[in-house]
Design a protein around this ligand. Structure first.
Ligand SMILES: Nc1ncnc2c1ncn2[C@@H]1O[C@H](COP(=O)(O)OP(=O)(O)O)[C@@H](O)[C@H]1O
Ligand SMILES: [Mg+2]
Length: 252
């Protein structure tokens, strides 16, 4: 059996009196690119926060490399979080810092490497996103796609084992989205990272996902390969895949 990087087992979470997650089960294997899709507001970001231990479940278990995050203190979570990189949904760069300083930030915060080593790691991360040598640029000088690429370099600079992406292509045009998707796939190959990508964009999901989980009503409603989801006859999956609205869904 494959080694599991992260497992969510029967996760329940109520927020503001609303049952958001109602028994999520996910087993994500080392090295795969796993996509979570679903309509806006269905709990995708909340699910990712559980993987990072930023939110704890009301019920259920989150296992990272087989170790339960529940009950760990903030200090005990530090070594685990060091193995996880996160590209937040609106993963803004620090506007007052140049590109190099932005990418260096997680390394400086960690305080483990010398300035020389940091410099090297930053250049390496920027090259991975095709922005080698752009350290001195300020965020205001960059296009939306370039900003995303810098955020990607910042999330990957510590060479995490697990990289979590929240809507990495939202707000980007299809061509730029495509280039970001290719970079995600490339990271997977060069660093052998396990990727979990949250998106509501079916096209991106199918392009990058080894497997796709479709969240609906707080549960994994469908789990399969891009081919399997595209050919699914399940009416709820079919409507999502084909972008067909549904009165009962629209009311959520
Ligand atoms: N920290 C929070 N406190 C209260 N409600 C939240 C919080 N985070 C998310 N929610 C609610 O949980 C639901 C799912 O949110 P989210 O996971 O962000 O959806 P999405 O699938 O679009 O990423 C939404 O109704 C949202 O308002
Ligand atoms: Mg979200």
């Amino acid at each position: 059996m494959d080694v599991m990087m992260i497992s969510l087992r029967n996760i329940h979470k109520t927020l503001n009196g609303q049952k958001i997650l109602q028994g999520i089960n996910l087993e994500i294997a080392e090295g795969e690119t796993f996509v979570i899709i679903g309509r806006s507001g269905c709990g995708k970001s909340v699910t990712l926060r559980h993987m990072l231990g930023l939110m704890m479940p009301d019920q259920g278990e989150v296992l990272f490399e087989g170790k339960d995050l529940m009950g760990l203190s903030e200090i005990e979570l530090i070594p685990i979080r060091q193995k996880i990189g996160m590209l937040f949904q609106n993963g803004a760069l620090f506007d007052s810092m140049n590109v190099g300083e932005n990418v260096a930030f997680p390394l400086r915060e960690e305080g483990r490497l010398s300035e020389k080593e940091i410099e090297f790691a930053v250049e390496e991360a920027l090259e991975m996103v095709n922005l080698g040598g752009q350290q001195a640029k300020m965020p205001a000088e960059l296009s939306g796609g370039m900003k995303k690429r810098v955020s990607l370099a910042r999330a990957a600079v510590r060479k995490p084992k697990l990289l979590l992406f929240d809507e990495p292509t939202s707000g980007l045009d299809p061509v730029v989205s495509d280039s970001i998707n290719k970079l995600i796939l490339n990271l997977d190959k060069t660093l052998n990272i396990t990727n979990v990508v949250v998106t509501h964009d079916m096209r991106s999901a199918c392009e990058i996902g080894d497997r796709i989980a479709f969240l609906y009503h707080g549960k994994v409603h469908f789990l399969g390969t891009p081919e399997e989801i595209k050919s699914s006859q399940d009416p709820i999956v079919f409507r999502f895949v084909n972008g067909i609205s549904d009165a009962s869904v629209a009311m959520e």
